[in-house]
Design a protein around this ligand. Structure first.
Ligand code: GLA
Length: 386
């Protein structure tokens, strides 16, 4: 078990005085690339997590060991940013963001590992940020609330990792609740829990195992295109502050003002926001077919209008569409690889896996991986024995 591995490794490296924390990855039912447009998302935390053993130290160094990379980073938390391995940027970023928010933190020794597949669109990086944020908050008694800790993780991502992400992943990692999805209004940060009562259906992830290296620059470019669209709309409608304030109808009416690509990005976001709200109604009504149809719609938008899918993801969704008992399927997360999420009648899981595996292997020469989804709770300290 990962948690045992982390404890053992801490004991080998630093001794046996430590506290244990965990923070989960997430799935997202629907609402992709809407978070940084002040829109709506519908994620849930999963039972796959980052585990962290940590103790404060009396110098101002962070000494962090990554079990998965079998590597240690030894970094002063004050002063100019030194060279460091990429995996260390997440914890360093969190420490630095806490300091620049005026919190008093000292040095620390830490060991972490996780069972969240990386590069699968399950937010393993946000989980690292959340695990360190919650741990440093407890260790140094910062008394910061969970939402501000989630924002600390997001800022670490912006300023140290270089991805201008929205708040969805860090929010889900902090606020997750077992057996529930959460609708988050990314503008007001109001959120509501929806029981994941799937009425004889299950959620399954199919991992393409591809990660296109341009993903983070393409992500930032999409965000910039959305901002360009807002700037254009503002010339006519000063009250529009983000794409949240626009509708598909308004965009259609003013199509000629836009560069074609920018228009496609913007209309996708306005349509996806609407789909999230409709999906919440479908969940509440127990209407899985309706929820599934919205998921397929989301995928088409991400593929054709937002252009963040790839041929591996498209093939998995196409196979889902052609398999009886699959209500819906879509790419999940930032895109350009990672997983699809599918809503499948529990009895049709096996045929779906078989069909998807066969078609995928034929086209790409390797099998996708499948993960059953089990939801879990948000970030916190573990009380279990060490
Ligand atoms: C990544 C980002 C999120 C969100 C999704 C796309 O996971 O970290 O903030 O924008 O992509 O929905």
């Amino acid at each position: 078990m990962t948690i045992k591995k982390v404890s053992k490794s801490f004991e080998t490296h630093f001794g046996n005085q430590y506290r244990l924390f965990a923070a989960p990855g997430r799935i997202n039912l629907i609402g992709e690339h809407t978070d940084y447009n002040d829109g709506f998302v519908l994620p849930a935390a999963i039972d796959k997590k980052i585990y962290l053993a940590i103790e404060p130290s009396d110098d101002r160094m962070m000494q962090v060991f990554s079990v998965d990379y079998d590597e240690e980073a030894n970094i002063a938390i004050d002063g100019p940013q030194p060279e460091m391995p990429h995996w260390a940027l997440y914890s360093y970023g969190v420490a630095r963001e806490l300091l620049s928010a005026g919190h008093h933190i000292g040095g620390f020794r830490a060991v972490f590992s996780g069972d969240i597949p990386t590069g699968a669109g399950l937010s393993s990086s946000a989980a690292i940020e959340s695990a360190f944020a919650v741990a440093l908050n407890e260790l140094f008694q910062l008394d910061a609330d969970p939402m501000s800790l989630a924002k600390t993780g997001q800022k670490a991502e912006h300023n140290y990792v270089g991805v201008r992400c929205g708040i969805m992943d860090q929010f889900a990692s902090f606020f997750g609740k077992k057996n529930h999805a959460m609708r988050l209004d990314c503008r007001s940060l109001e959120h509501a829990y929806f029981p994941l009562a799937l009425q004889g259906y299950s959620l399954i992830l199919a991992d393409t195992r591809v990660k296109h290296s341009l993903a983070s620059s393409a992500y930032n470019k999409r965000r910039q295109q959305c901002e360009e669209g807002v700037a254009l709309l503002q010339q006519k409608y000063p009250a529009i502050k983000s794409l949240r304030d626009a509708t598909p109808e308004l965009l259609t009416e003013h199509k000629d003002m836009f560069d074609r690509e920018v228009w496609m990005r913007c209309i996708y976001v306005t349509e996806e926001n609407q789909r999230v709200l409709n999906a919440c109604d479908a969940l509440q009504q127990g209407d899985m077919e309706k929820l599934g149809t919205l998921m397929f719609g989301s995928h088409s938008g991400l593929r054709d209008r937002y252009a963040v899918s790839c041929k591996e993801l498209d093939l998995l969704v196409e196979t889902a569409e052609n398999t009886k008992g699959v209500a819906g399927s879509r790419m999940m997360g930032g895109g350009f690889g990672g997983c699809t999420i599918s809503l499948v009648k529990t009895g049709a899981l096996e045929p779906f896996r078989d069909n998807a595996s066969a078609a995928f292997t034929k086209a790409f020469g390797h099998e996708p991986l499948f993960y059953d989804v089990t939801t879990g709770d948000g970030a916190g300290e573990l009380s279990e024995t060490r």
